[in-house]
Design a protein around this ligand. Structure first.
Ligand code: FES
Length: 146
């Protein structure tokens, strides 16, 4: 399976129904994407495939053939992404476990619809935070939409 991972061409030979999350974490050792629920409900595993946020715990490897996959490690590799900066400015994370997925979801939404309203952006994010830092997530989203 050939695809681009964080800007690098990679070739991974494995079962095509392997969840992308395991390939990213176990084979490529990019552990910023987290395992939460494993059923596509929480979003802790969110990465971007061709710019779209996907839940990699239930995204089969075969769907990434020829695609650009970006993880949290690749998002701010050259310079900090504005979403990452907003997260820092609002001191969003508590335990931090879900935050890479949250940031990947927000940055994908912003890339697909630049300059959304706060409400439009919030409505696109269905990731869950087990520390319930939603008030700070909302503050960061507000900062991004001003
Ligand atoms: Fe993938 Fe929860 S771990 S959605």
């Amino acid at each position: 399976m050939k695809f681009i991972l964080n800007g690098n061409a990679v070739n991974f030979q494995g079962e095509t129904d392997t969840p992308l999350l395991w390939v990213i974490r176990e084979h490529f050792r990019l552990t910023g994407s987290k395992f939460g629920c494993g059923i596509g409900a929480c979003g802790a595993c969110t990465v971007q495939v061709d710019g779209k946020a996907v839940r990699s715990c239930c995204y089969p490897l075969r769907l990434v053939e020829g695609c650009h996959v970006v993880t949290i490690e690749g998002l701010g590799a050259e310079r900090r992404h504005p979403v990452q900066q907003a997260w820092i400015d609002e001191d969003v994370p508590q335990c931090g476990y879900c935050q890479s997925g949250m940031i990947m979801a927000v940055s994908a939404a912003l890339a697909q619809k630049p300059r959304p309203t706060e409400q439009q952006l919030i409505r696109q994010i269905s990731n869950l935070c087990r520390c319930a830092t939603y008030h700070r997530i909302r503050a960061a989203v507000k900062r991004l939409t001003q």
